[in-house]
Design a binder for this molecule. Structure first.
Ligand code: ZN
Ligand code: ZN
Length: 127
């Protein structure tokens, strides 16, 4: 069984209240409100353990440091949006039709990964 340390509880609640994928620094900033002594090394160690326990799932974006999302979010097919100003990553609902039309003759697609980028509502309003 998994160990429920105060650090882990704080990190889980950071994910739950963010409702979007978080990177280690974002997790540290949010979870420190509950556990002020938390540091980045502990965050990394806890995240590693949570991945091993399948509580969270890494979100791999090309050329980006990993973010993580709760396993419950990872279980349904979705895509991500990355803000170019604040670097926050958001979940997108739904998917795109017609990707198979891009394939050369004889190719077979077994999956896809789509990342949209631009400016989030907060950053877009400042632009
Ligand atoms: Zn933004
Ligand atoms: Zn899709």
């Amino acid at each position: 069984m998994q160990r429920q340390t105060p650090q882990r509880v704080a990190i889980e609640s950071a994910f739950a209240s963010a409702g979007r994928p978080l990177g280690p620094q974002e997790i540290l900033d949010a979870a420190r409100e509950h556990v002020p002594s938390l540091n980045l090394a502990t965050v990394y160690r806890t995240l590693k353990r949570m991945v091993e326990d399948h509580a969270i799932h890494p979100v791999a974006l090309p050329g980006e440091p990993a973010r993580y999302e709760l396993q419950s979010a990872a279980e349904h097919h979705h895509h991500h949006f990355r803000c170019r100003r604040c670097d926050a990553v958001f979940d997108l609902e739904g998917c795109v039709e017609g990707l198979k039309k891009l394939l050369p003759r004889g190719f077979r697609m077994t999956g896809h990964d789509i990342v949209l980028f631009g400016f989030c509502d907060t950053c877009g309003a400042q632009a």
